[in-house]
Design a protein around this ligand. Structure first.
Ligand SMILES: [Ca+2]
Ligand SMILES: [Ca+2]
Ligand SMILES: [Ca+2]
Length: 182
């Protein structure tokens, strides 16, 4: 399951501030990008010869290398595999698998350390695991474990940043209670 905060929901693959389009065919497994100028199609291209087979969820949009151009985060909910595609306009610059996260994990994207590079917040309700991966390009630069939160906490589409805040604030409040007794 993939969730994306509103700030990075709209893809801008060439960084011109204008929303572009991402296409995926469930029949051919091909993906394509259209660079847009308003309602005008500037450039369109299939993305390399990288078929995205069934099992991979639709990608979430982020900017993992901080260049102002939208990248893609892929998750395979069936296998737990994850991958990042760094994008440059209609071109796939680099695609890498990153560490797998088992089934049932939910990913929320946001820039939690404000370095302009999108990070990943994981929640695995069955295990109560809450973790932030700080991402630098296609590398997991740092992994931070937060206060565990169980199945009462479920990420849903909607106000996702609020959910992330609830998770983070809940974790911080729990740590405060434990350390400072409030
Ligand atoms: Ca654009
Ligand atoms: Ca980028
Ligand atoms: Ca970041």
């Amino acid at each position: 399951m993939l969730n994306t905060p509103n700030a990075v929901q709209k893809p801008d693959f060439n960084g011109d501030g204008k929303t572009d389009l991402f296409w995926r065919s469930p029949v051919t497994n091909q993906t394509a990008v259209w660079l847009m100028d308003g309602t005008q199609l500037l450039q369109g291209s299939f993305l390399a010869d990288v078929p995205v087979t069934n099992g991979w969820d639709d990608p979430a949009f982020g900017d993992f290398n901080g260049d102002g151009k939208t990248d893609l985060f892929w998750r395979n909910s069936l296998t737990g595999e994850n991958a990042i595609w760094l994008m440059e306009g209609v071109r796939l610059l680099e695609g890498q698998f990153i560490e797998p996260v088992k089934q049932g994990g939910t990913a929320l994207l946001g820039d939690f350390n404000n370095d302009q590079k999108t990070d990943i917040l994981w929640h695995i309700p069955a295990e109560g695991l809450v973790s932030i991966w700080e991402i630098d390009g296609t590398t997991v630069a740092e992994t931070l474990l937060l206060q565990p939160l169980g199945e009462l906490w479920t990420a849903k589409l909607g106000d996702l940043m609020a959910i992330a805040r609830r998770i983070c604030c809940g974790a911080i409040a729990a740590m405060g209670r434990r350390w400072f007794g409030f």
